[in-house]
Design a protein around this ligand. Structure first.
Ligand SMILES: Cc1cc2nc3c(=O)[nH]c(=O)nc-3n(C[C@H](O)[C@H](O)[C@H](O)COP(=O)(O)O)c2cc1C
Ligand code: SF4
Length: 446
């Protein structure tokens, strides 16, 4: 982890009380990263250490009271869409009927992302504090933590939840739920279905999970990193949160980095950090935002900050914080074709255009990645990309097409080489991470 330094213990003014006290000042707590992660090399934070550093969750003593602070902080979701968190909280708190359910989303089905697993491993109590505070803010007493299937992580989180229950810390009861290791498992309607005891399959909206989610109840879904930031905002306030990042995109964020030399890691950085300071460049191209993200030429990426304001006009986005530097000796078309084949196999198979279209897109891209593709392959790719866009119950087809179209732009010279029968890559060794093929045979969505 870069940006890691020993986190100082809080000063006396930082012990949160029952929330009716004025917001604690942030003396001694770092303005910049690491905010969420303990220092590199330290053990994950147990409850005693967590309480020593942060004190108990700073409950506000009633619904809605935290929402203004979250709005002032400008916190946006860290699960990919960067939606303003206060708007989700406010809408949920304002709704009628039975109390809503709150679920922390740690499914992290994206094979190139590890930041949520790292956060849950190193700072489980910060996430659990955020879950409690979000539940209080929307008037809920039922919470879930939906986490990527991993026995060691589950054991740790189950112990953390039990420790908190024994200490009487939590107002809402927390249930731990396994997310199947599928790309779509973290999509919010798939989450709602799985947490309700069904299969982790997306469904058409409306209704959204916020209208009818877990067990038919209104459900607030927040990424686990979003919840950890919320727990810190509740303690140190909006001005502290905004003291790093950019005015429009404040705060820190976790990013998963894949360097061209094969090294990978999770870092905590600030929004607006130059991409060139996170990745060791030069490289051939940079993948921004993961497998529903976009390729950028490395020469362009190295001039950009990691911020949506700069990336969106180029068809890219910060997403859930994946950055990958493609080594010079690999074929970007072959890499994209491998990933798109995986994405096609991950289609939940419920919507015709997605089920029929993604395999055709994957096939045409594989042809372009091979020697002497038929001229028709490019036309097929474009036609099928147009046919699947906006036609699914979830954004899987749209995200896949975004990746494909960016590859066609960035690797256009390579397409030309392949058309003439040669590839510039010196290595055919796969670079971008994908689950083992055997995992793809597993049709288990539970
Ligand atoms: C295909 C797909 C997969 C998703 N996977 C995840 C995931 O693994 N984790 C996550 O937090 N959000 C994921 N999301 C986004 C969720 O649907 C939801 O917007 C998010 O959890 C809300 O939390 P946030 O506002 O805190 O970001 C995914 C969305 C899509 C379309
Ligand atoms: S769009 Fe694709 S992945 Fe999404 S629900 Fe439909 S078939 Fe499944």
């Amino acid at each position: 982890m870069t940006h890691s330094a020993t986190l100082p213990m809080p000063g006396p003014g930082q012990r949160p009380g029952d929330g009716r006290q004025p917001l604690a000042r942030h003396d001694g707590y770092p303005d910049g990263p690491p905010r969420l992660m303990p220092a590199h090399g330290t053990d994950p934070a147990g409850l005693a250490e967590h309480l020593g550093r942060f004190g108990p969750p700073p409950y506000r003593g009633g619904a809605r009271r935290l929402i203004g602070e979250v709005e002032a902080a400008g916190l946006t979701g860290r699960g990919g869409a960067a939606f303003p968190t206060y708007r989700k909280l406010a809408a949920m708190a304002a709704g009628n009927g039975p109390a809503p359910v709150v679920v922390g989303n740690g499914a992290e089905g994206e094979p190139a992302s590890s930041k949520d697993k790292a956060l849950l491993w190193y700072s489980p109590h910060l996430v659990l504090d955020g879950l409690q505070l979000a539940a209080e803010a929307v008037g809920s007493a039922a919470a879930g933590l939906y986490v990527h299937r991993n026995p060691r992580l589950h054991e740790r989180l189950a112990a953390a939840i039990a420790d908190r229950a024994a200490a009487g810390l939590d107002a809402a009861q927390v249930e731990l739920i396994e997310a199947p290791p599928r790309f779509l498992a973290g999509e919010e309607s798939a989450l709602a279905s799985r947490v309700s005891g069904g299969l982790a399959l997306p469904r058409f909206k409306p209704p959204r999970a916020s209208q009818r989610g877990v067990a038919g109840r209104r459900t607030l879904v927040q990424n686990v990193e979003t919840l950890a930031h919320l727990a810190l905002i509740a303690r140190y306030g909006a001005a502290w949160f905004r003291s790093t990042g950019t005015p429009d995109e404040p705060g820190s964020m976790l990013a998963t980095l894949h360097q061209a030399d094969g090294r990978t890691g999770v870092v905590e950085t600030t929004l607006g950090t130059p991409i060139a300071s996170l990745l060791r460049l030069p490289a051939q191209a940079v993948l921004v935002g993961g497998y529903h993200g976009a390729w950028l030429p490395a020469g362009q990426a190295e001039l950009l900050p990691l911020a949506n304001a700069a990336l969106r006009p180029l068809g890219a986005a910060v997403g859930a914080g994946v950055l990958a530097a493609l080594p010079a000796d690999r074929c970007g078309l072959a890499e994209t074709a491998r990933v798109v084949r995986y994405l096609a196999l991950e289609s939940a198979g419920q919507c015709g255009p997605c089920f029929n279209g993604l395999p055709r897109i994957a096939g045409a891209l594989a042809e372009l990645a091979g020697p002497r593709p038929r001229p028709q392959a490019m036309a097929d790719l474009e036609r099928w990309s147009g046919l699947v866009t906006g036609r699914g119950a979830c954004h899987h087809p749209d995200g896949t097409v975004r990746l494909v179209r960016s590859a066609l732009r960035v690797f256009a010279p390579e397409i030309d080489h392949h058309a003439h029968g040669y590839c510039t890559a010196a290595s055919s060794q796969p670079f971008l991470p994908l689950p083992a093929e055997t995992a793809l045979d597993d049709a288990d969505w539970k």
